[in-house]
Design a protein around this ligand. Structure first.
Ligand SMILES: O=C(CO)[C@H](O)[C@H](O)COP(=O)(O)O
Length: 219
């Protein structure tokens, strides 16, 4: 029986097969991505460098002497590799458990293909058991929280946490996310919301899913 960490490592290793030569690739945030960064270090001579989605990933990339580029200097990014807190069968995701959702969404949007790497515990029928993270401008906290209650959720402020952009996170419990694209649009329209952790409009293109029986590649 493989541990969760061993499954994450198996997904990270498999994802190396998607890394094109001589490219700048996008990188997400989290424990699965950390393993991917460590694996990428072994083949860093093959790539030009990386656009990072968080200060935490940047620190790890720099420790491996992998060149980190500013997104504004990059015209083309063939792939973006990131984990997820939940991913459904349409490859819609909940992300932001690590609080890096906004930069992740920006870097993912600029990439041609989103490669999601995950262990089987993340693969779900319906999104929403994992509380949905929402990045919010601090002065809008109460207003946005009241609107989220109207949508049926129970928002909880993430304590002692600020995003890399200086904003707060509301983690929303008990949201029934039957229609992820609609829910993403609805929440993102609320004034004060920077973005929510639903990645449905820009879903994953490929899911590298590590299971006890082996690693599957789903599209
Ligand atoms: O969205 C994220 C960070 O903002 C991560 O991708 C997500 O939380 C999964 O993390 P992990 O690989 O540690 O389970």
């Amino acid at each position: 029986m493989l541990t969760a960490n061993e499954l994450k490592l198996a997904a990270a290793r498999k994802a190396l097969e998607f890394v094109p030569d001589d490219a700048v690739i996008g990188i997400g945030t989290g424990s699965t991505v950390n393993l991917f960064i460590d694996e990428l270090a072994a083949i860093k001579g093959r790539i030009k460098g990386v656009v990072s989605s968080s200060e935490a990933s940047t620190v790890r990339l720099k420790a491996h002497h992998i060149p980190v580029y500013d997104l504004n200097t990059i015209d083309e990014m063939p792939i973006y590799v990131d984990g997820a807190d939940e991913v459904n069968h349409y490859l819609h995701m909940i992300k932001g458990g690590g609080g890096a959702l906004t930069r992740e969404k920006i870097v993912a949007a600029a990439a041609q293909e989103f490669i999601c790497i995950a262990d089987e515990s993340k693969y779900v029928d319906v999104l929403g058991k994992f509380p949905l993270p929402i990045e919010v401008i601090p002065m809008a906290r109460s207003y946005v929280a009241r609107e989220l209650v109207k949508l049926g959720g129970h928002p909880e402020m993430r304590h002692d946490f600020l995003t890399d952009n200086g904003n707060i996170i509301l983690d929303v419990h008990d949201l029934a996310i039957a229609k992820p694209v609609e829910m993403e649009e609805r929440i993102n329209q609320l004034p004060g919301v920077v973005t929510c952790g639903l990645f449905a409009r820009r879903r994953a293109d490929v899911l590298v899913l590590a299971r006890q029986g082996g690693v599957e590649v789903l599209r």
